[in-house]
Write a protein that binds this ligand. Structure first.
Ligand SMILES: Nc1ncnc2c1ncn2[C@@H]1O[C@H](COP(=O)(O)OP(=O)(O)OP(=O)(O)O)[C@@H](O)[C@H]1O
Length: 258
C-alpha cells in the first residue's frame, strides 16, 4: 500500500547541501506496523514528512513515495490536501501544535469530516464525533467534544489527536514520536491504542521513534535509520534483539485512561 523507493532528501543549507535521507526504501502493507527507529538527526522525521507529501519547500527529493500507486513526491498541493486526512492520518509528537487551540475538540473533528465529505452534512458530522472519540479510548466523549485542547490532560489531548487522525478512515497512519511528551503509563496506553486501531481497521502504521521501549511495544517490523540510511529492517523481535533491552513501560491497566 505504501512503497518508498530510493527516497533521498537534501536540504539546502548556507554552507552546502545536507543529505538528510539517503536512498531509503521500504514497503508497508495494510494492517502492518513499521517502526522507523533512529537517533536524533538520523532522518526519521524527514522520511515521515515525505510520506505525508510534506518534504518541505527547501528540500530536494529523489525517488518515489507511492500511496496505492499515487506518488506523493510529485502530486500537486490540491491533490495532497485531499489525500492528507482522508487517505493518510497524521499523529504528531505534540498535539498542541496540531489541534487548533481556539476551537473545541468536537467541531475540529466534525470540520475534518465535512472537509473530506466523510459525513453527510453538519448534523451527521457532529453526531459522529462522540463515537470517534470513544474509539480512541476517550472516556466521557461528550464532555471532551465540548472541551478546548488546553482543558485536557496530555494523554486525552493525544487521544483526541488520534481520533482526528483516523476520523475520515485513512488507510495509513503516520505517527511522529507520538508519545515523547507523555509520561510512561500514558505512553504505553497511547501505543497500545495505535496498535489496536491498526489491527481493527486494517490500517497501516508508520511510527517514528527514538525510543526502544516504544518499538518493543508496537512490534511489527522495525527499520533502523542511521545518518539518513536504512541500516537494518526486519521483524521487531529480531532487529531489537541486537539492542540493550529497555526498561519496559508499565502494562496498561484495562480501563485506566488518562
Ligand atoms: N527543514 C529543514 N531544513 C534543513 N535541515 C533540516 C530540516 N529538517 C531536518 N533537517 C536536518 O536533516 C537531518 C535529519 O533531521 P530529521 O528531523 O529528519 O531527523 P530525526 O531523526 O527525526 O531527528 P529528531 O528525532 O531529532 O527529530 C538533521 O541533520 C536536521 O538538522
Amino acid at each position: 500500500m505504501l512503497t518508498v523507493e530510493a527516497l533521498s532528501v537534501e536540504y539546502a543549507l548556507p554552507d552546502g547541501p545536507l543529505r538528510a535521507v539517503d536512498e531509503v526504501s521500504f514497503t508497508l502493507a495494510s494492517g502492518e506496523a513499521l517502526v522507523l527507529l533512529g537517533e536524533s538527526g538520523s532522518g526519521k522525521s524527514t522520511v515521515a514528512r515525505a510520506c505525508l507529501g510534506m518534504a518541505g519547500r527547501g528540500a530536494r527529493t529523489r525517488g518515489r513515495v507511492l500511496l496505492d500507486g499515487d506518488d506523493l513526491l510529485t502530486a500537486d498541493e490540491r491533490t495532497l490536501s485531499r489525500i492528507r486526512g482522508r487517505r493518510i492520518g497524521y499523529v504528531p509528537q505534540d498535539p498542541s501544535g496540531y489541534l487548533d487551540p481556539l476551537r473545541r475538540i468536537g467541531p475540529q473533528i466534525a470540520g475534518m469530516l465535512r472537509r473530506h465529505r466523510a459525513a453527510a452534512g453538519r448534523r451527521a458530522a457532529a453526531a459522529a464525533v462522540p463515537g470517534l472519540l470513544a474509539a480512541a479510548g476517550v472516556p466521557d466523549p461528550e464532555r471532551v467534544a465540548r472541551a478546548f485542547p488546553h482543558e485536557l490532560s496530555g494523554g486525552l489531548r493525544q487521544r483526541a489527536a488520534v481520533a482526528l487522525a483516523v476520523s475520515c478512515g485513512p488507510r495509513l497512519l503516520v505517527a511522529d514520536e507520538p508519545t515523547t511528551a507523555l509520561d510512561a503509563l500514558v505512553r504505553a496506553q497511547v501505543l497500545d491504542l495505535l496498535r489496536a486501531l491498526c489491527a481493527e481497521r486494517d490500517l497501516a502504521l508508520l511510527l517514528v521513534t527514538h525510543d526502544l521501549a516504544a518499538a518493543h511495544r508496537i512490534g511489527g517490523r522495525v527499520a533502523v535509520l542511521r545518518d539518513g540510511r536504512l541500516v537494518r529492517t526486519g521483524p521487531a523481535a529480531e532487529v531489537l534483539a541486537g539492542y540493550p533491552h529497555p526498561v519496559d513501560v508499565p502494562a496498561a491497566r484495562p480501563g485506566a485512561r488518562r
